[in-house]
Design a protein. Sequence first.
Length: 247
Amino acid sequence: MPIRAVLFDFGHTLVDFQRTEEALREAYEQIRARIEAVAYMEVHELLDLVERVAGGVDSLVEASYVERRMEELDIVELFRESLAGIGFVLPDDVLEHIVVLDHSAYSNSMHVDDETLDTLRALRFGGLRLGIVSNMTLRADLMRQDLDRLGIGPLVDATAFSSETGVRKPDPRMFHTALERVGAGAADSVFVGDRLLDDVVGAREVGMRTVLTHRFRQEEDSDITPDALIKSLEELPAIVAAWSEET
């Protein structure tokens, strides 16, 4: 069968992003105001609040990855725990608002370049189904809003984020969920990512062809070999076309 679908990891594959200090400070000015309005008390200095709340959440997420936990964390519960640790027990609606405000620091730090959009357009113009499969503790609905704003959303047919599936790559359920949503089988699909274990091994184990990108991150392991290695997404359409011709 010819290649019918191409699925992508998100971070360090389509977009290289992390929160900028400016975006983080802006978001936490709003978070501090929201907490003060509910708690009727003055909140810590801004930088202290950022370090203890955003830093606390980041530490919990990082620890779960170091431990290779396959189940995804609940972002609201992470904020509940971090805020309770500095003396703020807040109602659910306030926690939800804080999650949205914190997410804005990521949103305001995300940028997509023309190479990425041009590659997605070329693949889609070639009749391929496109999808995103990403380990992401951030809320899936907010991520989809980001994709639409970046211009990626209209170019992909489906997305699967670990924050909604409850499990992380390389768990096969992540890949199967995405394949079902794009309407393709593993044997006629390609996965593109920057991680050897999560992306290459995970996708291969469900029967997909694999492409490792060294565009933003350069992982190497002589025991794990992708079907193709690229340094630029612009190389991808030709590789996919060649594989389709082989079949």
